[in-house]
Design a protein around this ligand. Structure first.
Ligand code: FES
Ligand code: FE
Length: 414
């Protein structure tokens, strides 16, 4: 068993790269992180009617998330209690029941076992179906249209778990009067790196942007760093393992090439309506560019993409990403946002591939024995933390500051 002591030192500002390579630690994460945390399951707009369902994962466990007849949302392990086959193999859809494709056991929308083929002959009518339902996710919460679930009865309520991060999450979800919706389905891709590289970068790393994304910025805008004059202010929040960071832009305008000309024009014409929910100052100052709700739910406020970094073994993760748009935006504005996301943060997006290239290269380097013995430096901004500055709750720092919330909490160092 791995010795957890000394792997991460938030006070000294270093970590040990074995957090990305140790198989025992990965198993512990599946149990202690993904078995206990609140994990994003689905957004309201993915489950439009009774019987609507989506498949997703809680860690590596496949779950079905289903809109019930009473409008509530429930989730259960997508594993047949007969011999363990996936109960439902469709990614999403609408159904009244779910029938296992192996021997035909059927489950209702809550995951209760409701039909067993040839029950009289095969089981002599003695099987007690109520004991053989799918394993239910015991706790689900609906936070402003976002459903999160946890297997743990001990984990604090979601509001407490979110803590000060609510301010930053709300800056995205309360921004538009009538809320937001996901459009265009789910983009999925697998890349060869540990899930924490992505989760941490979206929590706390603005530092990479001017360098890692330099070529993409030039290609898309003809300017090296369109949004990043060296003295632009900005803050980096960290709390409860979550993180959010953003520059404070003087205006909300964005380069058309990122989000589409029609979106930029629509925002300019409808500023009061668009940002009415949180006010102009907050909208500008907390653009909430990069964010992670621990452990693996992230979004880029400015770029209209949300995603989950599903772990897929030690050196692999599966990214599931969505485009979010203001529900009230005209159809052509939504379409232009979706194209902007595809251009920038999608499997072949010019910014997305910059990030993936760095994460996968680090993972390759860590195949080396000596490479796994070194320490990594996480001292940026150490000792310069402040609380409740600029009306923003919680601990924050200059935007160029780093913490390792996912890594630290994964091994029990807060
Ligand atoms: Fe599902 Fe047999 S494994 S019915
Ligand atoms: Fe990036």
């Amino acid at each position: 068993m791995i010795d957890l002591n000394g792997l991460v030192d938030p006070e000294g500002g270093y970590n040990n790269p074995r957090i990305y390579t140790d198989p025992d630690l990965y198993e512990l994460e599946l149990d202690r992180v993904f078995g206990r945390s609140w994990l994003f399951l689905a957004h309201d707009s993915q489950l439009p009617k009774k019987g609507s369902f989506v498949q997703t994962y809680m860690g590596e466990d496949p779950v079905l998330v289903v809109r019930q007849k009473d409008g509530s949302v429930k989730a259960f392990l997508n594993q047949c209690r007969h011999r363990g086959m996936r109960i439902c193999r469709a990614d999403e859809g609408v159904s009244k029941t779910f029938t296992c494709s192996y021997h035909g056991w059927a489950y209702d929308l809550e995951g209760n076992l409701v039909n067993v083929p040839t029950e009289d002959r095969a089981y002599h009518n003695e099987i007690d179906k109520k004991n053989w339902g799918a394993l239910k996710v015991p706790r689900i919460t609906n936070y402003k249209g976002f459903y999160f679930g946890t297997w743990s009865e001990e984990t604090p309520e979601f509001d407490e778990y979110l803590g000060d991060m609510a301010y930053y999450f709300d800056s995205v979800v309360d921004r538009w009067d009538n809320g937001l919706e996901f459009i265009g389905g789910t983009s999925k891709w697998v890349i060869d790196c540990n899930w924490k590289f992505a989760s941490e970068q979206f929590a706390s790393d603005f530092y990479h942007a001017p360098v890692a994304h330099a070529s993409a910025a030039i290609a898309l805008t003809d300017q090296p760093l369109v949004l990043l004059p060296p003295d632009i202010p900005g803050r980096q929040f960290a709390g409860n393992g979550h993180g959010s960071g953003s520059f404070w832009l003087p205006e909300l305008t964005l380069p058309d090439v990122h989000v589409g000309q029609k979106y930029t024009a629509w925002v300019a014409e409808n500023q009061e309506q668009v940002y009415g929910g949180i006010g102009r100052d907050r909208a500008v100052q907390v653009l909430a560019l990069h964010n992670t709700v621990f452990p693996n739910f992230s979004w880029l406020g400015q770029f209209s993409t949300m995603r989950v970094w599903h772990p897929r073994g030690l050196g692999k993760m599966e990214v599931w990403s969505w485009t979010f748009v203001p529900k009230d935006a005209p159809a052509e504005v939504k379409a232009t946002i979706r194209r902007g996301v595809q251009r920038t943060f999608s499997p072949a997006g010019s910014f997305e591939t910059d990030d993936g290239e760095n994460w996968t290269e680090i993972q390759k380097v860590l195949r080396g024995f000596k490479a796994r013995e070194s320490r990594f430096n996480t001292q940026m901004g150490l000792g310069f933390e402040e609380r409740d500055t600029n009306g923003q709750p919680g601990q924050s720092n200059d935007v160029f500051a780093e913490r390792q919330p996912a890594a630290s909490i994964a091994i029990g160092v807060s």
